[in-house]
Structures are given as structure tokens and as C-alpha cells.
Write a protein that binds this ligand. Structure first.
Ligand code: NAP
Length: 258
């Protein structure tokens, strides 16, 4: 039986990918900073990728690494540590999730994700990288965060192609179970929405009312957003589940919770 190590297998995406690779008959190890005992046949290992203690043992005997772990800071460091351990262990395939427009937007997070992507693409381990648009969960949480303010700051000219984490999970499982493929087409959601539209749908779903204040995004990032330079409008793989589907599910969950 082949063994796969899923880094970040306890996260929003990871939790949806793990059952898919397990169902394909693989032995699954999950790496995150915390241990778990869920009785689900998965081996959970506590390793901080930024410190790398225990990383060699985590990749020992692993055929495929599916690298989903990530945080607000330091992904380039953690990914470099992972790549070096995978090279030492003779891993046969390293699959990495990156972010759409990673080489365009001048934000610290994107620079860090670009460094992570470069570590994978420069590795001697055969690799696959897919750049993915923002998840529906991310759009929802962003709207939730700005709706905490009495007036919602609304970046004008910013449009997103949110994609469902379940579609992403299915694509990642397919890539991990396949052959190394290099940089594959971006994965985006089926439609493009302005931030204002996403926030409006969030407010309607949760029964909240807020005024919003349009904010012009300054500098290079603003120019890129206003030109839709962050979007992948051609040549992308497209998820099947829409933002409207996701909002309807969240709305029914909100209603059931009372
Ligand atoms: N969310 C989006 O919209 C989006 C879009 C495109 C790409 N992505 C990428 O997709 C990946 C998964 O995103 P997600 O939304 O599922 O993230 P998430 O819910 O925040 O989960 C992150 C996972 O990584 C683990 N982790 C974080 N820092 C770690 C470290 N230093 N060492 C080891 N494990 C660590 C976390 O577990 P512990 O906290 O227990 O360590 C958790 O399992 C990330 O690489 C992200 O950049 C996300």
C-alpha cells in the first residue's frame, strides 16, 4: 500500500481531502502542529514546519507529500524545510497548493506563498503545483470580519472568483493520486463577484444591516485589482459549486442554529 503525508490535513481544505485519499486505499499520515486521536485510521503527527523537528520521521517511507499546511506568515520557510526533508527521504511526488495571482500581488502573504511555490518548483522531487482562488469560506469569513464594524469598508474594484473547498479537495486528491504534472491550470470558482456583492450576500444570509464605505485600493495592488489582474479568466479549471450554493447552505445552518 502507498503512503501519503498530508500537511495541514486538519485545516479547512485538509479535512475534506483526507477522506478522499483514504477512500482511494492509501495509508494516510497527517502533519500539523497538534496531535489528534480521531480513531479514523489516520496517523496524526505534531510537527511545526517552521521548526522542522520531527520532519524527517514524518516523511520517512512516504511516497507522496500533499502540502496543504499554511498560515499567515512563514510559508516559504516551512515549505523549504518540507522540500529538503522530502528530498532526503526520496519522496516520489510533492503536490503543493498555491494561490492565484501569487506572482502579481505585492502583499507579504503573496510573497511568502511565491517563495513556497519556488521552493517546490526548484526541488529535485517530482512535483505538481496548482494555484487556487480564494475559498468560499474565506470570502464568508472576510465579510464576517468587516461586518463587525459599524460601517463596512468596501474595497472598490476588487473582484474575486471564489471556489468551493470541496471542489478544491477533489482536484487536490486527483493530483496527488496522479503522476507529477508540473504547474497545472489554476482552479477558480464558476463566477466572478465584487467584494460588495459577496458582502451583500453575507448580510442577507445572516439578517444583518450595515452601511458600506467604498475604499480605493492604493498603489500597485489597486491597479492590478482594477484591471482584473488577480483573476484567471481564461484557461482555468472551474469548480462546480457556486457561491450561491454555499451561501444557501450557510443560511440554512444559521437558521437551524436558531
Ligand atoms: N483559504 C483560501 O482561500 C485559500 C486559497 C488558495 C490557497 N490556499 C492555500 O490552501 C492551503 C490550506 O488552506 P486552508 O484554508 O485549509 O487553511 P487552514 O484552514 O488555516 O489550515 C491550515 C492547516 O495548516 C496547519 N499548519 C499551519 N501552520 C503550520 C505549521 N507551521 N506547521 C505545520 N502545520 C501547520 C494547520 O494546523 P495547526 O494549526 O494544528 O498547525 C492546519 O491543518 C494553505 O496553504 C493556503 O495558503 C487557501
Amino acid at each position: 500500500m502507498s503512503t501519503i503525508l498530508v500537511t495541514g490535513g486538519t485545516g479547512t481544505l485538509g479535512r475534506q481531502v483526507v477522506p478522499l485519499v483514504q477512500a482511494a486505499g492509501w495509508d494516510v499520515r497527517v502533519l500539523s502542529r497538534h496531535t489528534h486521536d480521531r480513531g479514523d485510521g489516520v496517523e496524526y503527527l505534531a510537527v511545526d514546519l517552521l521548526r522542522a523537528d520531527g520532519l524527517d520521521a514524518a516523511v520517512d517511507g512516504v511516497d507522496v507529500v500533499l502540502h496543504l499546511a499554511g498560515g499567515p506568515k512563514g510559508d516559504e520557510v516551512g515549505t523549504r524545510n518540507l522540500v529538503q526533508a522530502a528530498e532526503r527521504a526520496g519522496v516520489k511526488h510533492l503536490v503543493h497548493i498555491s494561490v492565484t495571482a501569487v506572482d502579481k500581488l505585492p502583499f507579504t502573504y503573496f510573497k511568502s506563498k511565491l517563495g513556497a511555490e519556488e521552493a517546490v518548483r526548484g526541488s529535485s522531487v517530482p512535483w505538481t503545483v496548482v494555484r487556487v482562488a480564494q475559498f468560499h469560506d474565506f470570502a464568508w469569513k472576510t465579510a464576517q470580519a468587516i461586518a463587525k464594524l459599524p460601517v463596512m469598508p468596501m474595497p472598490s474594484g476588487v473582484r474575486l472568483q471564489p471556489v468551493d473547498a470541496r471542489d478544491v479537495a477533489e482536484r487536490l486528491a486527483e493530483l496527488a493520486l496522479g503522476e507529477p504534472a508540473g504547474l497545472v491550470p489554476d482552479l477558480v470558482g464558476p463566477k466572478v463577484y465584487s467584494m460588495a456583492e459577496l458582502a451583500r450576500d453575507y448580510l442577507n444570509a445572516t439578517g444583518k444591516h450595515r452601511l458600506s464605505l467604498p475604499i480605493r485600493v492604493p498603489g500597485k495592488a489597486g491597479k492590478i485589482y482594477r484591471a482584473d489582474g488577480n483573476l484567471t479568466l481564461r484557461g482555468a479549471d472551474v469548480g462546480t459549486r457556486t457561491w450561491e450554493d454555499y451561501v444557501a447552505e450557510r443560511t440554512s445552518a444559521v437558521r437551524q442554529a436558531g
